[in-house]
Design a protein around this ligand. Structure first.
Ligand code: ZN
Length: 324
């Protein structure tokens, strides 16, 4: 039986159609995320530091680093460009000012996030926090997009585990709409949107995966993707830079648990990880730090692009059962 479910966070309907999973070559078509043949030319290896632009941050020793952050060699935006907005005829144009960095999460080419230990997650989030703290000093930068593509289905072009950070001179419209939605919710209900979302999921129960003092993880009631996981801060923390070491530890503990179990359930799998920080220049903004783990087992096709409604073949309560 198919059904539409409304996703309160994305404010979009999702069509659940378990029947479509029965199609041949649908779900469980694993793409190999790690292709070791690229090892020989990989610029992220220990000893090949000269192949990347100059290091912006390192955790660990020069020869035995654990995490490195470097500018993206094929950057979409550059800090060397001037920040200019102008009109071309009746069109609006902005220069490509900004920053595009790569967080090399591990020196180990064969290691993916689903192999990470708790300490490796702590290093990872610490590096991200330190980089944003540094970038934030440039007041022209307004928004920090943090995302990870792992595997072919998720748009990754390099196998070596890495995350990208794009710092932009303006807040994207989508993010502005999200912040406005959270603000309105608070105004109308006197409650925080994310507190309500957590309350709803706790009452539903069937999607809950893991909870500690600082974060809660669940397969959302109206997951857009099969095996999607949402991790939400339980405290009013707007962004990663507000996390103290105790919260970074709590987040790492949850991530280690989630990725270990996703790996057990899915094997090597493609995924996107989005770290949603809201507006970091205004700490009173109504965002709550949340992370979306989006396994990419199925493609995005015409129906999704045309209607903006995603078809999900696996109910979140079933995914949660497997992941627990
Ligand atoms: Zn490598």
């Amino acid at each position: 039986m198919s059904e539409f479910r409304y996703n309160k966070l994305t404010r979009k309907w999702v069509l659940f159609s378990p029947n479509r999973a029965k199609r041949p070559v649908e779900v469980c078509q694993q793409d190999k995320s790690v292709q070791t043949e690229n090892l020989e030319s990989c610029p992220f290896e220990t000893g090949r530091e000269h192949m990347t632009p100059d290091e912006l941050l390192r955790i660990g020793d020069k020869d035995h680093w654990r995490v490195r952050v470097v500018p993206n060699l094929y950057h979409a935006l550059s800090i060397d460009d001037e920040l200019i907005s102008h009109k071309y005829q009746s069109f609006e144009v902005k220069s490509g000012f900004g920053a595009h960095e790569v967080i090399i999460e591990t020196p180990d080419h064969t290691k993916q996030m689903y192999h990470f230990t708790l300490d490796e997650f702590v290093d990872y989030f610490t590096a991200i926090k330190l980089r944003i703290e540094n970038l934030k000093k440039d007041t022209r930068l307004q928004y920090f997009s943090l995302f990870k593509n792992c595997g072919n289905n998720a748009g990754a072009t390099l196998d070596h585990s890495h995350t990208q950070l794009i710092a932009m001179p303006f807040i994207p419209n989508k993010i502005k709409e999200d912040l406005e939605f959270y603000r309105k919710h608070k105004e109308e209900t006197q409650r925080d949107f994310f507190d309500d979302l957590i309350y709803d999921e706790q009452r539903f129960k069937k999607g809950l995966l893991f909870e500690n003092n600082s974060f809660i993880a669940f397969c959302p009631y109206a997951s857009t993707f099969p095996f999607e996981v949402l991790v939400v801060a339980q405290e009013p923390i707007c962004s990663i830079i507000e996390c103290e070491s105790v919260q970074i530890y709590a987040l790492s503990e949850i991530m280690e648990f989630l990725f270990k179990n996703l790996h057990k359930a899915l094997g090597e799998f493609s995924f996107n990880l989005l770290i949603k920080n809201g507006d970091m220049n205004h700490p009173d903004n109504p965002n709550r730090l949340h992370l979306q783990i989006l396994p990419r087992l199925t493609g995005v096709a015409g129906f999704e692009l045309e209607s903006d409604i995603f078809i999900n073949t696996i109910l979140p309560e079933l995914a949660a059962k497997v992941l627990k």
